[in-house]
Write a protein that binds this ligand. Structure first.
Ligand SMILES: Cc1cc2nc3c(=O)[nH]c(=O)nc-3n(C[C@H](O)[C@H](O)[C@H](O)COP(=O)(O)OP(=O)(O)OC[C@H]3O[C@@H](n4cnc5c(N)ncnc54)[C@H](O)[C@@H]3O)c2cc1C
Ligand code: SF4
Length: 458
């Protein structure tokens, strides 16, 4: 088993405050002035939603932050969020031409600065259409996909209502990504902008249970969008997985988010001061869970991964942060069982190896280590609640909703559309937004055709 210990690091902030404080106005304008304003901007080609990057940077360099914000708003409904959590290093920033000459432009931080400055100074004010007469659309799920569809359609004068099962809208942005990476007030601010665009939010409505797709159509909606993400965590079928102290990462992060916003008692958080915590999995969710456990006072946090360091799915930057903060990694290691009577007290790990045919194999070499909490971060899949309560919506064998190209995003049931993680498997905020933008266009096209047919009396 290869063990990777904490790297050298200068300053480690283990509070829940946002770590990255963003640019000051002076820094932002200096950075914007470095941009070459390329005629063929590679940065834009690297942005999944084709943000007009050189244009908003130029406006910022000229000191016109309102104009910069208005340019961003043409493509994105969530700039303050994207500026913080998008993997810019793999997208726009990696394409910046200035990387060849030294250092590329920090596009994400500029986007964040513009969005924050605009919101704090209230420079631009989104306005609702005087009449929302293009059609009535129900959006199920208030994560990045649902919010994008809602924002895009509201801007086109649709009457949009967003239904979400949780107490407040935002999806993973509120209940998944921890505060130290994304301050929840930033998400709430983006939601308020949507309300000003005329979007109505109905929280604590579990569609499929409290109301069905059929009932929504009976209420007069012309189209329905499903953006319900991947709510069901995958299970690890090994002995001991039902012991107290073995929890899912999505549950753990949601409870911490609720406790941090004062909605539940911190006593409900399943990690306590001094706990020895093991995280199973090495994706972004695992890194967030590990870093959160450290902030709760765990005496040791170890990420367990069946493969080597080069084969993690987490962003390199997230992994580096976790390691720098003190998370330990056990590479080529797999949990064989969790031990304890009612409560977990130990974890048995088995070493893995790569055989001659390049296959990952268990070696039989095992080691037992004391453990107080185990957090499973091995993936998620969609829940079936909506599909099973509504006829005609087909899913693939793994439960992902099947959609078509024309009108873009329509499911096998007419008038019902879907997008985001519930269609494309867990990905990123901006990929959910990219697809959702195309689905919003598909919904607009569908509703327009539907209205035309109704008007013609066909
Ligand atoms: C811990 C964590 C960290 C992440 N970090 C990053 C990151 O740094 N950068 C990045 O780009 N991506 C990150 N991601 C991935 C990203 O957040 C998701 O890809 C994105 O949120 C998917 O958006 P979505 O709208 O499809 O689904 P979600 O955000 O999951 O939203 C789905 C919404 O649907 C609601 N819902 C579900 N079922 C029902 C129902 N039956 N009735 C009513 N409402 C319902 C849920 O309450 C939820 O609000 C992270 C994910 C997690 C879990
Ligand atoms: S590629 Fe870099 S330098 Fe060129 S426009 Fe984009 S951000 Fe500016």
């Amino acid at each position: 088993m290869i063990i990777d210990k904490k790297s050298d690091f200068d300053v480690v902030d283990l509070s829940f405050e946002e770590i990255d404080k963003g640019f000051t106005p002076r820094q932002a304008i200096a950075e914007a002035k470095r941009c070459l304003g390329c005629a063929k901007p590679h940065c834009r080609a690297g942005c999944p939603i084709e943000n007009e990057i050189p244009q908003f940077i130029k406006a910022l360099a000229n000191g016109n932050i309102g104009e910069a914000s208005a340019i961003i708003a043409r493509r994105s409904n969530l700039p303050a969020v994207c500026g913080r959590v998008c993997p810019h290093e793999q997208q726009c920033e990696s394409h910046c031409i200035l990387n060849k000459k030294g250092e590329g432009i920090k596009i994400g931080k500029l986007e964040r600065f513009i969005a924050d400055f605009d919101a704090e100074m209230e420079i631009t004010q989104p306005e609702a259409c005087p009449v929302q007469n293009k059609g009535k659309v129900a959006v199920i799920g208030a994560g990045p996909a649902g919010l994008t569809v809602a924002g895009d359609l509201a801007k086109q004068c649709f009457d949009v209502t967003v239904f979400d099962a949780q107490e407040e809208p935002g999806g993973v942005l509120i209940y998944g990504i921890p505060d130290f990476r994304l301050n929840k007030e930033v998400v709430r601010r983006e939601i308020r902008k949507m309300e000003r665009l005329g979007v109505t939010f109905r929280n604590k409505v579990l569609v499929g249970q409290d109301i069905t797709i059929d009932q929504l159509f009976q209420e007069g909606y012309d189209a329905i969008f499903i953006g319900t993400g991947t709510a069901l965590p995958k299970r690890l079928d090994i002995p001991g997985n039902d012991l107290a102290g073995v929890v899912q990462a999505s549950y753990f992060l949601r409870i911490v988010a609720l406790a941090n916003s004062g909605k539940i008692s911190p006593r409900e958080i399943p990690v306590s001061i001094g706990d020895k915590v093991f995280i199973i999995g090495a994706g972004n969710v695992a890194m967030d869970a590990a870093r959160t456990a450290l902030r709760l006072g765990a005496s040791g946090v170890t990420v367990v991964h069946r493969r080597g360091e080069s084969e993690i799915t987490a962003l390199r930057s997230e992994f580096e942060h976790a390691r720098a903060e003190g998370v330990t990694f056990r590479w080529m290691s797999s949990p064989a069982r969790f031990l304890g009577d009612e409560k977990v007290t130990a974890i048995e790990l088995e070493s893995m190896a790569i055989d001659e045919s390049n296959q990952l194999v268990a070696t039989g070499e095992k080691q037992t280590l004391p453990a107080d909490k185990i957090i499973l971060a091995i993936g998620q899949r969609p829940a079936a609640r909506i599909i099973s309560s509504a006829g005609g919506i087909e899913v693939d064998p793994n439960g992902y909703v099947i959609t078509r190209e024309r009108p873009y995003g329509m499911t096998t049931r007419r008038g019902v559309f879907a997008g985001g993680d519930v269609v494309h498997e867990p990905a990123t905020v901006v990929l959910a937004m990219k697809e959702a933008k195309k689905v919003a266009a598909g919904i607009a096209m569908y509703v327009e055709a539907k209205k035309l047919i109704e008007e013609c009396g066909v």
